[in-house]
Design a protein around this ligand. Sequence first.
Ligand code: TPP
Ligand code: MG
Length: 906
Amino acid sequence: MSVEDAVDGALRGIDPSELNDWFESLEDVLHRYGPERTQQLLVNLSERAYLRGVMMPFSATTPYINTINVEDQPRYPGNREIERRIKSIIRWNALAMVLRANKKTKAGGAVGGHISTYASSATLYEIGFNHFFHARTADHTGDMVYFQGHASPGMYSRAFLEGRLSESHLENFRQETTRGTGLSSYPHPWLMEDFWQFPTVSMGLGPICSIYHARFLRYMEHRGLLDTSKSRVWAFLGDGEIDEPESLGAITLASREHLDNLTWVVNCNLQRLDGPVRGNGKIIQELEGAFRGAGWNVIKVVWGGDWDSLLAKDVEGKLVRRMGEVVDGQYQKYVVSDGAYIRDHFFGTDPELLEMVDNLTDEQLQNLRRGGHDPEKVFAAYHAAVNHKGAPTVILVKTIKGYGVAEAEGKNIAHNAKTFEKDSSVKKFRDRFGVPISDAELEKLPFYKPAEDSQEMAYLRARREQLGGYLPERKPTVEKLEIPPIDDKVFARQLHPNEGTTASTTQAYGAILQGLMRNKAIGKYIVPIIPDEARTFGMESFFSTFGIYSSKGQLYEPVDKLLPDGSTSLMYYKEATDGQVLEEGINEAGAMGSFVAAGTAYANLGVQMIPFYIYYSMFGFQRVGDLIWLAADSRCKGFLVGGTSGRTTLNGEGLQHEDGHSQVIASTVPVIVAYDPAYAYELAVIIQDGLRRMYAENENVFYYLSVYNEQIEMPAMPEGVNEGILKGMYKLKGTDAGQGQTKRPQLFGSGTILPGVVKAQAILKEKYGIGSDVWSVTSYNELSRDAMAATRWNRMHPTETPKKSYIETQLAGAEGPFISASDNIRAWADQVREWVPGTYTVLGTDGFGRSDTRPTLRRHFEIDAECTVYATLHALAQDGAFDKARLPQVIKDLGIDPDKVDPRTA
Ligand SMILES: Cc1ncc(C[n+]2csc(CCOP(=O)(O)OP(=O)(O)O)c2C)c(N)n1
Ligand SMILES: [Mg+2]
């Protein structure tokens, strides 16, 4: 039974005169004490009723009308007429931009673009630009506006009027290959680094990032790093976009953290790409319930001002009831229907409703506006949102998709309309918005810009000046941080460990990070991010040492603070307002939101922040890969660290946990510098250089590091390997050639598998008298990128002296065979095959993980020392340097079962 039915049923049983008495009392209280006291009274009443055993029906929604009463609307502070003219011009240029781009590129397949999204949201943005969005200035850290990706033509069109983009930019919408001359399809900081700040077009990612961004602003403030108290995060979302789990997935964080610096505007045009968002329901009501339940302040903007007089006549509540019962699919039908249909079908259900609209013509009925197309209603909502204290606000605003676009308005095909069948459509659009373009010119679809000294231009500039300047604008700081050099004490223990030290690279990571956080120059800028795995990574001491950020501090006594002997533990779960650690809970997507907010602070807030986000490796690239891609687009900096890496190293956890492919996926992100280091000193060198590149040289890259939980012996760093570690490979050690040995195998080992390769080298020597070289390969990704670049250059410059890649120079003179082993799938090491000068055998962990011991798993995947020895001898045999006939015996000697299952399919 719905709430409405429950209330209906309850009411039906009551004597009307008794009901009337109650209503009169209510009116009386309201009149004497006002709405707030009335609210208190009703709450008290319902509590009393509950205690007396009366169950109240739960209702998360309010009637289907505007939240803000017409009497409570603030005075509109702008000039409606000039604003309308400016908006119409922006609408026109946005439309012309898409139509022209598609005409121009028709022969090449047409570049596409969207008309209907901005058409529906123009008022929502213009109210923001004229009255709310504040740019970053010396005394204001700026508003962060997440524009809906598909509305980008509108943003370009405004920037054109503002003089920030030229006609030629607009002309080249979606034709951006020659950098700087065109415009990117959607908000992409990678492609337009002075303009866009936040990539939003992968639906759902903008919303979740906006929440973590708002929280990050608080973090900066609470830690005393930057006064962000004036900044507000605005996120514009589509109603279809809300269906992405990421959109709603973190909304309770926003209310829990009282993020009243966050405003969401959901453009409820009731349509997505294929058709209605909720044909048989009401998206606005559904979202109201969800957001109110989650503790947000919800403001509905459903109806435009034309409805106010009708609602004033609706004493019986019949109109409100009718508004509430019609489903979204039917509302869309009204958009495409004439006034007569609306009169018959919407108002025609009740003679009193019909009478209400007696004095309106069919045309007037058809033009009754939805709230999102009424500037005063939208202004009132924004005004209320920015003044609301203690909770984030969501504004659910009803609009029409393709508003004013004859071929699209309210139709299911609206989303994909990018060319017009009929020329008359353009004319209709021009007429509807009164754009001053003559019939003769219309065909050329000229962009329109009012004269520099026009009223419109003066108004537009004045408004933006008042709000601190133009927006969006991306302004990275060029400040350089003072990065501790590799011989700083931070890294000493990793470079020169005591003889016989065993450790895991995860422990080494924790120690390095801790050292960096204590560094005077950069320590405070570090943002350690962990999603409920600190104990797994042995990093729990971070909690008490640096504190876990909590806006509320710590309101309880942590269970692990007091030790049995009465002393205070050095390691307890310490939450603090100025805590440095972001402990995100089991929430990799949210942690990525924090990573991006921190890693882009250099561009959005002008402060270089250094996020170090360590997570369960498996739940990184494949789980939140799209957020990682977004981070790349955002020109984010920082370190992603895949803890518990390796298909065989995280031995017991099995199929869903053992990661052998993150390095491969990392290779697909152009700006990620990824390493799979074996030793603590390698990790130290890589982190130090990463800090230098990102925060001293200000390169737009970020890092991915695989770290392992296996304890291995950590050697001291040999001389002269620094460059090799960073470029991707260096020779670790060689054994003397055996008697009469003709070929010298080159063994590549990576990550925690390297010690197994060193062991293979020893077996080769001891058992088979074969000398070999072992290389530590820290990054096939880096080797391959470098080699691709050299190869490409050589192809493009056929007559010049060819360049040699790093891997080619390193392997010059080596004949091989070459054998590689790692805890990753083979594709990772295989990517350098083109530049390996001989037989190349790659061992890897293709196939599902499973639980067992490390030695068993390494045999299963055929990457252990024995399998490496065998692969080497087999390759030597292929090269004619080992007697092939001996191989069956070798298999036996090494204890390998040749008929074991194929791990790839097992
Ligand atoms: C993750 C993801 N899936 C699919 C798309 C393709 N797509 C682009 S716009 C769109 C419909 C958007 O509808 P809505 O969110 O309601 O926005 P509107 O244009 O109606 O304002 C879809 C499915 C996308 N951009 N991102
Ligand atoms: Mg929509």
